[in-house]
Every structure is written in structure tokens, then in C-alpha cells.
Design a binder for this molecule. Structure first.
Ligand code: EPU
Length: 419
């Protein structure tokens, strides 16, 4: 296991390139199960969760080829198992995304039920309810979802709440179902749209992705394709907050500003000057201290829960008091306990964190608990007095490609050492 050591105090300057979106790459890798021919995916981020998904597909018998640029070619024609084991699912809940594709294309799937999670209970009941309504026979036995179906049938689904991977799983299942499926109260996240666009390029008939009503007309088969993953809006947002906290001036390339409206608005409110072009964002703080902001997380296009921890860190050193309400997950304030150990003034009341900014944070040994919480600890380390050690950074490696290299390129003093 590795840890990161960050010497705080450097203002970030310069430009970096944003990687492909983890949360689009994961469902798109699962979607390769649907295609009759090879699927080639470009702009795939080099991340631990991607390796886990490749391992999962490889264990099922799929042929995967990766080139030096992380273009991944997947050929599902060699599949021999329809099984996602607990050992892999417990390390990555997104493994549940193979359920819909396996069931709709091969009529069977045994997928481990994901267990507990550091950010909330995160059940998958809505994935299962939707598949059952489409005619799947599902039982839970020995910790596994055992699913079978003849051909799934199109139905009108009203989702009880907005779920990103739930929408993705059901959308993939519907592509090969008989008839038309309508998913109402669907997730509108850009990653859902990216998956839909990839499926469409495979021959799927999907309308309305990116709105709350997605209509899918099932087809008999899908073909191979070549597809480029969209840029990671959460990685983009994380580096923007890093620049804002350190008072720096940074340009992020290969990103999509229109996918970050809620985040950019909050950075503006915090005092950052934001300039955007078609595929870049520039943030200028010119050495100023940010102002605290208040935030309420909600599904897209609302403020993303995946940016909540980073803004909590920003509020810790900002001028004034900020109130952050987490409404998507019930237990996503684990980072607060670590930030308090650095001298942050944060009070958590239910799903709200009230932060009064302090003049400076002090370094401390810190423990990463989940992906975005870990990112917030790295951000805090960038501005803390002294050397901050963040342990258990395998959480960070799940979602941030070469974070220490990218931050070093911007002038941060950060290094990775074995713990
Ligand atoms: N929920 C249910 N039942 C379900 C599904 C979801 O009650 O069947 C609840 C969840 O417990 C949660 C809410 O619905 O309270 C929303 O969860 P959602 O299903 O949307 O989350 P997810 O699909 O499991 C994805 C991302 C997360 C991101 C959330 C919210 C992927 C692989 N993961 O998770 O990303 O936080 O949407 O935007 O796309 C991350 O990247 O750090 C991360 C956690």
C-alpha cells in the first residue's frame, strides 16, 4: 500500500490534461457484452476500477487487448461464464453493471450482491425491480443475484428515485429487449448520455438520454464499434478546487465546461475568475483566499455529490461560513473527521456540514476512506502548514489518474511512498 506526502503551501500554476471519465468508462466496458463484434474504446483512464472491470470481463472469457494509449478492444464472442464473483464486486460496486447486459443478451447472470459501502447503504433494489418488470426471474441466494430470462420485454418503468447505474443497467437491458422500454425519472448525468451514445453507435435505438425520460426500442442484435469516452467532469472539478484553495491560476485541457455548470457557478461565488473555451477551463485566483460557499447536492444538473467533499475542504480554509447539505448519500461526511484533525472548524448535523473557515490548516497523518473523501484530504494537504501524509490511497487510485504527477506538474510538492 502507498501513501502520499504533501508539503503544503505551493500555489498551483500551469496546465494539465483531463482524463476520460471513470463513470462513463465503467458502464461502456460493461456494454461491450452486448455487441456481436469487437468494441474499441478510446480515452479510457488508467485507473484501478478500470483494471478491475477488465479483470471481471476477462474472467468471463472475453478477449481484451490494450494498447499503449489505453485504447481497449473487447471481444465478447469468446464468453464462457456469466458470473461476477464477490471478490471483485466487493472492491467495485459498479460491477453490478454487467447484470443488465448479461441477462438481455445471454439470458442468464450470477452477480454478487454488492455489500456495504463507506458512503451509504447503496442498495440495488431499483435495478432488480426494473429487470423483474421486464420479465427476468431473479432470486438472491448465498449473497448472489441469480437471474435468468428468455427474451426480456419492453415496459414502462417509473423509477422511485434517480439512480445513475440503475438507469444505465436498465437502458442496456432494454437495447435487446422485445418492444419499447420507457425509463421515467431517469438519471440525466452526462455519463448516462455517453453510454447511450456508445450504444447508439452499436446500433441501439435510444431517444431522450440526458432528459428524465429515456425511450429504448429493442433490436435483435448490436454490432461492434469504436468509441471515445467523454472527459471526466469530477476530475476537472477536483483540480479546479485545488487551484481555488491554493490561490493559483490553472488551465485544464481536454475537458467539457458545459458539463460543470453547477460547479463553475460555485467557484465563481467563491471568488474565482473562470474562463472557458470549447474544451478547456481556466481558473484564476491570483493569490486570493476563497470565500465560503453553501451547497446542496442533487442529481445532475444539480451540484454533484462527487464534488461535495472537495468543496467541504475548500470551505475549511475559506473566508466565512458555508453550509453543505448532502442529499444523495446518507453517510458521505467521513472526510470531516480527518479535516477536523487538521484544525478545521466543521460541525456535522444530520446530512449538513457547517464550516467556518480557519486561517490555516495544520498537517496531520490522514486516512483515506473513499474516493472523493481522499481527494478532499489531498486538497487540504496542499494548503496545510507542514507535511501531510495521506494513507490508504488505493481509494484515490480508483478514480484519479496519476494524481501526484498532475499536481506536481502544477507545482505542488507531492510524492508517493510505500506505507
Ligand atoms: N439507490 C437506491 N436503490 C437503487 C439504486 C440507488 O436506493 O437501486 C439510492 C442510493 O443508495 C443513493 C441514490 O439512490 O442514495 C443515488 O445512487 P445512484 O444509484 O445514483 O449511485 P450509483 O449509480 O451507485 C453513481 C456513481 C457514483 C456517484 C453516484 C451519484 C458510477 C460508477 N458511480 O453511483 O460515483 O456518486 O452515481 O452521482 O457511476 C464516485 O465516482 O466516487 C462515485 C461514488
Amino acid at each position: 500500500m502507498d501513501k502520499l506526502i504533501i508539503q503544503g503551501g505551493a500555489k498551483l500554476h500551469g496546465d494539465i490534461r483531463i482524463s476520460g471519465a471513470k463513470n462513463a468508462a465503467l458502464p461502456i466496458l460493461a456494454a461491450t457484452l452486448l455487441a456481436d463484434g469487437p468494441v474499441t474504446i478510446g480515452n479510457v483512464p488508467h485507473l484501478h476500477d478500470i483494471t478491475t472491470t477488465m479483470e471481471l470481463l476477462g474472467q468471463m472469457g472475453l478477449e481484451l487487448t490494450v494498447d499503449e494509449k489505453m485504447n481497449i478492444e473487447v471481444d465478447a464472442s469468446t464468453i464462457r461464464e456469466f458470473f461476477a464473483p464477490y471478490e471483485l464486486v466487493r472492491t467495485m460496486r459498479a460491477s453490478i453493471l454487467v447484470l443488465g447486459p448479461l441477462l438481455t443478451r445471454f439470458g442468464r447472470a450470477d452477480v454478487s450482491l454488492p455489500g456495504g459501502c463507506a458512503i451509504g447503504s447503496r442498495p440495488v433494489n431499483l435495478h432488480l425491480q426494473g429487470l423483474a418488470a421486464m420479465g427476468a426471474d431473479l432470486t438472491v441466494d448465498g449473497g448472489y443475484i441469480r437471474a435468468s430470462a428468455k427474451r426480456l420485454k419492453g415496459v414502462d418503468l417509473v423509477m422511485d428515485l434517480v439512480t445513475v447505474t440503475g438507469t444505465e443497467n436498465l437502458m442496456m437491458a432494454a437495447t435487446l429487449a422485445k418492444g419499447v422500454t420507457v425509463i421515467r425519472n431517469a438519471a440525466r448525468e452526462p455519463e448516462v448520455v455517453d453510454l447511450a451514445n456508445c450504444l447508439i453507435s452499436m446500433g441501439a435505438r435510444i431517444e431522450g438520454a440526458g432528459t428524465d425520460t429515456v425511450r429504448i426500442e429493442g433490436v435483435d442484435s448490436l454490432s461492434g464499434t469504436t468509441y471515445e469516452i467523454l472527459p471526466d467532469r469530477i476530475e476537472t472539478g477536483t483540480y479546479l478546487v485545488a487551484a481555488a484553495m491554493t490561490g493559483g491560476n490553472v488551465r485544464l485541457k481536454n475537458t467539457r465546461p458545459e458539463l460543470l455548470e453547477a460547479v463553475l457557478a460555485k467557484l465563481n461565488e467563491a471568488g474565482a475568475a473562470i474562463t472557458t473555451g470549447e474544451n478547456w477551463i481556466e481558473i484564476g485566483m491570483n493569490g486570493q483566499r476563497p470565500r465560503a460557499v453553501s451547497i446542496h447536492t442533487s442529481p445532475y444538473p444539480g451540484f454533484p455529490t462527487d464534488m461535495q467533499a472537495q468543496f467541504t475542504a475548500l470551505n475549511c480554509i475559506a473566508e466565512g461560513t458555508g453550509v453543505i447539505t448532502e442529499s444523495v448519500f446518507e453517510n458521505r461526511f467521513m472526510h470531516v473527521l480527518e479535516l477536523q484533525r487538521m484544525g478545521a472548524q466543521v460541525k456535522v448535523e444530520g446530512n449538513t456540514a457547517i464550516t467556518t473557515g480557519v486561517d490555516y490548516l495544520k498537517s496531520a497523518p490522514l486516512m483515506a476512506t473513499d474516493l472523493r473523501a481522499s481527494a478532499s484530504l489531498v486538497l487540504a494537504g496542499l494548503v496545510a502548514r507542514g507535511a501531510t501524509e495521506v494513507d490508504r490511497i488505493y481509494h484515490i487510485d480508483r478514480g484519479y489518474e496519476t494524481i501526484e504527477e498532475k499536481l506536481s506538474n502544477l507545482g505542488a510538492h507531492i510524492r508517493r511512498v510505500p506505507s
